[in-house]
Ligand binder design. Sequence first.
Ligand code: TYD
Ligand code: MG
Length: 592
Amino acid sequence: MQIANMRTFQILYSRTHFRNLISTKPNLYKTINRFYSISTVYDPVNGCIVTKPVTMSEKSKLSQPESNNHDDGSSNSDYLDALKDDRSYGSVLKSNQGNWSSFGGNSIKKSKSKSTWVCSECGYADGQWWGYCRECKNVNTMKEVVEVDNGGKVSGFQVSEKIVQQSWLPKGKGDDGPLRLTDVNKRVNHSDWRFPLSGLFGDEVSRVLGGGLVPGSLILVGGDPGVGKSTLMLQIAAIIAEGKEIGKPAPVLYVSGEESVEQIGNRADRMDISTDELFLYSSTDLEDILIKAHALCPRALVIDSIQTVHLMGVTGSAGGIYQIKECTAALLRFAKKTNIPVFLIGHVTKSGDIAGPRVLEHIVDAVLYMEGEQHSTHRLLRAFKNRFGSTDELGVFEMSPSGLKALKNPSEIFVSDGYSDSEFLAGLAIAVVMDGSRTFVIEVQALCAAGSSLSRQVNGVQAGRADMIISVLMKQAGLKLQSNAIFLNVVSGATLTETAGDLAVAAAICSSFLEFPIPSNVAFIGEIGLGGELRMVPKMEKRVSTVAKLGYKKCVVPEPAAEMLRGLDFGGIEVLGCRNLKDVINSVFITR
Ligand code: TYD
Ligand code: MG
């Protein structure tokens, strides 16, 4: 205590002396300003601020890791004496106060906090704020993340590493060092490679996952709020827990940071889920969740949602960029080390991306998106990324009062209910498009209104593509569409992304313009070129066989496709080959 008081006196003396020096020698003050900066340090013993000059070299030295080296080669000048005093004060504090070692001599270091600006869209980090992300060019996406280095405090990465390095975790397969491919394959039992999901619903999910659930995989399920992510995951969790395909139930842990266990229980009750092996837990502390998961040793773990969980010791609150990144990294290591598959639910931002840094999508093994129109009960589950299977697959479900149901025959969901009356309605045409390995028939509607205004409104078809088809119809097929307002719509909010739908768009416009209803049992497949010619599209055979199975009687296709399909038996459907749009008009829009 005595030493501390003595030091305090020295500091105060130095400060007064320094002030006198400045007031009597203004030129000296300027010099000081040039070579030294004035630093203020909080004096923890007296509870006041202490001022001191710091040379530029000192300043950089002080920000170096802790050093007790006092021999800085400084001159005998007064202000450096003051500095020396101050630094020795720091060392006293260190020896006397233990925890306060960061104050005093290394006082600048104590407040070492680094601001990084991280883009919320792509995860790009910059040391400086810009109005936009210099990587992805998005505006206003740079968010400040302050990393405080508290000496002993571990960084986020170390935290997430720490929690999966728990002794209870089994040794990972990769811990053996490099292995021969043949040896790896020998020790893998291929029947265990994928966990099958039973039932119609399970089949649908399995297909999207690439043929079943891969042990140790980390799967991110994204979608708009209220689209049905929690419902979907609860149903998947129940199927995995029941394990009907392998005849052996096992625990599955469903963790929610958004709902209480009672609320999840209530939902499960409504959905008629009553498996004994489904465990519910409500928590947001990831370390706690993983410890509970270990104790239960589940067959799968579901986290609802990644934006609500957090790791103690990582900068930021739950949902923040660093938290999301670190939590996902911790879960990835957990999944890989334990071989327990982990599902993460992720919210989607207004722009349709999963909230959080884009890197999230790079970390996980698979990204599934759940889509659905607000006023439709249909839900589509699509693989956006899949390390263990194709990303072409699509699952089709219907949201019912008792949960999601897989659709037995989803091909016709995009055809309007009143289509049977279309014998009397002009402007409707059926397109046959592929999504993954699935074929869908989609109804395209067109309305050509002469006179009124010349506006064009397009829904579900790319505006540029629609413009091109209309221009080709005018120029190559001679349709006088110039004086018409044209409206295009795809039923059920579907979007025609394939050029295979071009012919149906053209047929719908012709039908409306010519006031000639197309019979409801005719489908159109084909791409349109700028010369008005019809072009082949992939998987013609599959498309034609689907419409044949659905009971269509005629399918209009490009001439080369008709030749290719000649001789194949599609069960009574007429495959009509046309070379160009004129051919189509002459063969379809004609009364026999
Ligand atoms: P939910 O799974 O909570 O959506 P998310 O987790 O994506 O936010 O689903 C919410 C919607 O689903 C809600 O609007 C009601 C509807 N729903 C049904 O229609 N039937 C059901 O059996 C359930 C559980 C939900
Ligand atoms: Mg939810």
